[in-house]
Design a protein around this ligand. Structure first.
Ligand code: CP
Length: 335
């Protein structure tokens, strides 16, 4: 049975994901429709966005619907998520009311809520997203929390278009950590690992040290996917052997999970690995690999100008596909 919410692709069956990708391809060919006529989506952003906000708002409009954007703590009341607390702090209302009230107005709710970056054992519970899903009477869509499932679909769609086939099995896929001056969310890395293994590719997670290996939940999902869908999963700390013969290079920077809340110490390690930047020398080791990144991307920090401007870079195609896949998700959940 198709889940009520779109919180993680791992909750959805492969046929249901394939149906979303097929629907997205149809929306790409025929952008306008009436699947959301008279319907609405409340987009709740706890963090900044360019692509997600724009593509959801315009996607809803193109299907005859309407989007409302709310930023709790900025243009909407701060929200309490803990239960049983005396609310004498900053929060003016509780998620129990927020989600229920939004569900009386809107047909769908989208949520962006990044980790707090102080305690991974708390962040990994994905409490904000789960609270919305618990109290909302309408379907909830993950717009990036500790995973980014909409990005996963857009990425898979861009790879299918690039290779001219929906069957990505047998492709060598490298998810490479890249340098960034700040410790970033692991969400897109968790998601890339999840969808690449779900598609049956031969996946290498390339990162500087064992401390940058992703959370065991997502490593476990990847192993489960390999068992169910074929392909393979390996971890490498060697740049040249990881890039060798790759068909896909996907770059993302993230903070090392064991150092959550101790970022000064993590930065001392991270600053030693600026050479993980994706550049022409590394890409020359590949099998003319497609390169992508979820964006935003700091040029000449995460990837060089030459890589970003090369014909192999499909990051803008992937960003465009956010519009199409999210229309597919909204149409499926609102139907
Ligand atoms: N990739 C992505 O989600 O972009 P935004 O942060 O701009 O929404």
């Amino acid at each position: 049975m198709t889940p009520r919410h779109f919180l993680n692709t791992q909750d959805w069956s492969r046929p249901d994901l394939d149906a979303l990708l097929e629907s997205a391809a149809r929306f790409k060919r025929t952008p306008l429709g009436d699947q959301l006529r008279g319907r609405s989506i409340a987009l709740v952003f706890f963090n900044p966005s360019m692509r997600t906000r724009t593509s959801f708002e315009l996607g809803a409009f193109q299907l005859g619907g309407h989007a409302v954007v709310l930023q709790p703590g900025k243009d909407a009341w701060p929200i309490e998520f803990d239960t049983g607390v005396v609310m004498d702090g900053e929060a003016e209302e509780h998620i129990a009311e927020v989600a229920r009230v939004l569900g009386r107005y809107a047909d769908l709710i989208g949520v962006r809520a990044f980790p707090k970056f102080t305690d991974w054992s708390v962040d990994r519970e994905d409490r904000v997203l789960k609270a919305f899903a618990k109290y909302s009477p309408v379907p909830v869509i993950n717009m990036e929390t500790i995973t980014h499932p909409c990005q996963e679909l857009a990425h898979a769609m861009a790879l299918q278009e690039h290779f001219g086939t929906t069957d990505l099995r047998g492709r060598k896929y490298v998810l490479t950590w890249t340098y960034h001056p700040k410790p970033l969310n692991t969400a897109v890395a968790n998601s890339a690992l999840t969808i690449a293994t779900r598609m049956g590719m031969d996946v290498t997670l390339l990162c500087p040290t064992p401390e940058y290996v992703l959370d065991e939940r997502y490593m476990g999902w990847a192993r489960d996917n390999v068992a169910a869908h074929g392909g393979s999963l390996s971890v490498s700390h060697d740049i040249d052997s990881a890039y060798a013969g790759a068909d896909v290079v996907y770059a993302k920077s993230w903070g090392a999970i064991p150092y959550f809340g101790n970022w000064e110490a993590e930065k001392a390690i991270r600053d030693r690995y600026a050479h993980f930047i994706v550049d022409e020398r590394k890409m020359a080791l590949t099998n003319n690999a497609a390169f992508s990144h979820c964006l935003p991307l700091r040029r000449n920090v995460k990837a060089t100008d030459a890589v970003m401007d090369s014909p192999s870079c499909i990051a803008v195609e992937e960003a465009e596909n956010r519009l199409h896949v999210q229309k597919a998700v909204m149409a499926a959940l609102a139907s």
